[in-house]
Design a protein around this ligand. Sequence first.
Ligand code: ZN
Length: 195
Amino acid sequence: MLLKIVQAGDPVLRQVARPLSAKEIGGREIRELIEAMKETMRDAPGLGLAAPQVGHSLQLAVIEDRPEYTKDASADVLAERERKPVPFHVIINPKLTLLNEPSVEFFEGCLSVSGFMAVVPRARRVHVECLDEHGKKKVIEAGGWYARILQHEIDHLNGTLYLDRMHTRTLSTLENYNRYWKDKKTDEIRSLFVR
Ligand code: ZN
């Protein structure tokens, strides 16, 4: 089942989501929500989807970076972004630790800020402690683009959007992003906001 993705301005995106209990995690409602979020993320398509984006103020997000999403990107672009495929997985009640300053600057977008992109500084490496969909404890050490996805999704669970962290001068429509900025190197992107 495809869920409706709420857009910026919806109060649910600004709430701190509540943690899931052990009992809820195994339950049918959450299993069905996870399945629907997976379908909705793939349909969009997106690299992640947090429960608040589909109207549920819960500490739950799904993540997946499929090889087909980058099949047209050059090796250079993927290497600079440190972007590699990430298999589908679920994070519940995550605790995020940034292992570096947020200084890696690339464009990112959000399914809840439809039609726009902006440059957002993110930490290159992160440490995440969370539960998986079975309630099992999981530790994730991530770098590069995957670390960016985790920071973006966990921000959603705390009521934060990339708009709060972006370099405001870089806000671009999706059309102009594809036209001017899509495959640019960091140096060229920096020319947009460093003056
Ligand atoms: Zn988002």
